[in-house]
Write a protein that binds this ligand. Structure first.
Ligand code: HEM
Length: 363
């Protein structure tokens, strides 16, 4: 397989990912400006926030992770399964937007979780080398999903505990599923996978339900493992730099230089997803690579949004909300531009010679 040419059997997934990204950033933009006081929402804020985050995880991050698995030869849901999955994601997110955690959202989320477990079982059957990050992924899916029953049970009786379990769930999916799938998709190792799993799990517990000295050390160790990405010759310079930012950021949270609070967590999640994760996976998804300087504009956009969110922890100023909204707008515009660029290339517009993918040395 040529690293620079996504295989034909993932074409449908590539469109699904693009649509989910468009939907996620559009709802995010709408929410961000309502928080900045620009307009009133016509739907409930928390319902829309659920629709936004679930569309991002269901429709964007998991299908992207599957592209990473596919690149390593693992089997992923085929065209019919992908259509069903996309339809279910759309219906579930509409359910969240209009009705919150109602019957539609619960039934749809259960179906999606079943798809994840099914794909994890498939991955578990494959043999993984001791340094293959994909070894972490099925266990990451199982342990993250273990957070769902306590969330459901404590939602009404202890909302604070439920919130902590949600944080561990979101961090577990990122550190144990999405990040290992992304680096595996680029044939990068982060050391023995049991170590990656133990430190990532510890980090996810620290960021949610178990802020303990042992889990703190686990998060610090995980940040140290991610630091190896800044030296990887398989990633572009800009991608290595933003992994460095994430690694130092997680290290700063472990050392309590950055407190583990909601504004900081929101800034960290958005920067990690929009920058390093998407930049690492873009070559498996895009047909036509974007120039390095365009990526730097993108990193400045989501970097600005995330920095403003983190600043909300330290200063009370309406400017942090405005800057977050401006950064969010630039982020949304940047991804729209990136998608239009891909769409134009797919429909016959030929990029200039310099912009075309370089031939892979082993192609
Ligand atoms: C495309 C990838 C993205 C993903 C996967 C994503 C994911 C998330 C997640 C997991 C949350 C936390 C939800 C919760 O705690 O219930 C969240 C909240 C939020 N996101 Fe995003 N997001 C993305 C992009 C964006 C963008 C580009 C914007 C702005 C333009 C944005 C604006 C927001 C807002 C306003 C909130 C609610 C913040 C609050 O409750 O104070 N998101 N997002």
């Amino acid at each position: 397989m040529n690293e620079f040419e996504p295989p034909e059997d993932v074409t449908l997934w590539r469109y699904i990912i693009a649509l989910a990204l468009l939907g996620t950033v559009t709802i995010g933009f709408w929410l961000r400006w309502s928080l900045a006081g620009a307009w009133e929402l016509t739907l409930d804020f928390s319902h829309l926030r659920h629709a936004h985050s679930h569309l991002g995880y269901f429709g964007l991050l998991f299908p992207l992770a599957w592209l990473g698995w596919r690149r390593r030869g693992a089997s992923i849901p085929g065209p019919y399964a992908s259509m069903l999955y996309a339809l279910c994601t759309a219906v579930t997110c509409l359910g969240f937007a209009f009705d919150g955690y109602g019957p539609v959202a619960i039934a749809g989320s259960t179906f999606i979780a079943t798809c994840w477990i099914w794909s994890a079982v498939g991955l578990l059957r494959d043999a993984h080398e001791s340094d293959d990050p994909l070894g972490v992924v099925p266990w990451g899916i199982f342990v993250s999903l273990l957070c769902i029953p306590p969330i459901a049970l404590s939602l009404r009786s202890d909302p604070e505990l439920a919130r902590e379990f949600v944080s561990t769930f979101l961090a577990g999916l990122l550190l144990l599923v999405i990040v290992p799938s992304a680096v595996a998709g680029r044939h990068i190792s982060l050391g023995p996978w049991p170590l990656l799993f133990a430190t990532g799990l510890s980090g996810a517990l620290f960021l949610g339900v178990a802020e303990h000295p042992v889990t703190r050390i686990g998060l610090l160790a995980h940040a140290g493992l991610l630091l190896a990405l800044i030296r990887s010759t398989k990633l572009g310079f800009h991608t290595r730099c933003v992994w460095g930012v994430v690694s130092f950021g997680l290290g700063a949270m472990a050392l309590n230089i950055l407190p583990n609070t909601r504004p900081v967590a929101l800034g960290a999640i958005h920067f990690l997803i929009l920058g390093p994760v998407l930049a690492t996976l873009a070559p498996l998804w895009f047909r036509c690579p974007l120039p390095e300087w365009v990526w730097w504009l993108g990193h400045a956009s989501w970097g600005g949004m995330s920095a403003a969110l983190i600043a909300q922890e330290f200063i009370t100023s309406p400017w942090t909300w405005k800057i977050a909204a401006i950064g969010g707008t630039m982020t949304a515009l940047w991804w729209m531009f990136a998608l239009i660029y891909q769409w134009s290339a797919a429909n016959g517009w030929e990029p200039t010679h310099q912009q075309r993918r370089p031939p892979h040395p082993h192609a």
